[in-house]
Design a protein around this ligand. Structure first.
Ligand SMILES: Nc1ncnc2c1ncn2[C@@H]1O[C@H](COP(=O)(O)OP(=O)(O)OP(=O)(O)O)[C@@H](O)[C@H]1O
Ligand SMILES: [Mg+2]
Length: 268
């Protein structure tokens, strides 16, 4: 299920033009990280993928469906969006009901929705809290609940908006495992993140945004080597890339093994 964004501009009712003619094509099964300064337009862009926002100009199509011609409920079967702020997403009175809402809304039976919910809650580590009120959970747990609510819908496209914010090391590891599992299933995973090390480790392609435009788009190793574009987008290179550059090594290693290889080569 591919995503094709063509000449997308979007103006909020307040008059703020948040996107100025964005072009982007994401193929089925890609893992794409979107990075950029605050207010760059990242959230505005991805909210177009499931029809939460509709283009002011230009078009967005998901699996050939023009988002202007389909309801949010229809788009939700194709692209699941985990909100940046879980409190904008969560509305049910129990954790269980929250995670069953999506599959139920997609027409699954109560038994199927229950099974999908149980699986998703186990994946995020909230199985024991299924009877709790979402507002009694910590923010980090509410973020995981918002993720579970989308996982339970089994959409071909999963969009995560700042998934690691506020998570401790264990939470980040859990989210990383979920991203890898989605990739292994061949699903499209798109994440917005300020966490460059998380992006470098799990996403093959990086889209850099600034001022409502795409500044750079390509393989993660290429984009993380473009120091000028990173500076313009106010994004620090990943730690391993900075370390390699400080040591005078050529290349942008994204994973520890790649860094070790580069270092070994330089010593030969
Ligand atoms: N609901 C809204 N009404 C009016 N303007 C908005 C609204 N949401 C966002 N904006 C504005 O649109 C622009 C892009 O915002 P957006 O939230 O897409 O950026 P972002 O890249 O996701 O930033 P962040 O990293 O802070 O989440 C900003 O100027 C922002 O102030
Ligand atoms: Mg945002």
């Amino acid at each position: 299920m591919n995503i094709i964004v063509s000449a997308l501009s979007f103006t909020y009712p307040s008059g703020v033009e948040a996107l100025h003619g964005v072009n982007l094509a994401i193929a089925a099964g890609e893992a794409v990280a979107i990075l950029g300064e605050n207010g760059a337009g990242k959230t505005t862009l991805v909210k177009h993928f499931n029809g939460l926002l509709r283009p002011t100009r230009g078009t967005v199509a998901v699996g050939g469906w023009d988002t202007r011609e389909h309801s949010v409920a229809q788009m939700a079967a194709r692209a699941g969006y985990v909100f940046q702020n879980p409190d904008d997403q969560l509305f049910e009175r129990t954790v269980q009901a929250e995670v069953m809402f999506g599959p139920h809304n997609l027409g699954r039976t109560a038994a199927e929705a229950g099974a999908a919910a149980a699986d998703a809650l186990a994946q995020v580590g909230l199985a024991a809290q299924s009877g709790a009120n979402p507002y009694d959970l910590h923010l980090s747990e509410r973020k995981l609940l918002a993720l579970a609510a989308v996982l339970a819908m089994h959409t071909p496209v999963v969009v995560l908006d700042e998934p690691t914010t506020g998570q401790d090391a264990r939470g980040v590891a859990r989210i990383s495992g979920i991203v890898e599992a989605l990739k292994a299933e061949g699903r499209t995973v798109i994440a917005i993140s300020h966490d460059v090390d998380f992006c470098a480790e799990h996403f093959d392609r990086v889209v850099l945004m600034a001022g409502g435009l795409i500044l750079a788009d390509g393989p993660a190793a290429d984009v993380f080597a473009r120091a000028d574009d990173l500076r313009r987008a106010d994004v620090e290179p990943p730690q391993l890339v900075r370390l390699a550059s400080a040591l005078g090594l050529l290349g942008a290693p994204l994973r520890t093994e790649q860094f070790v290889d580069l270092l070994a080569q330089a010593r030969l």
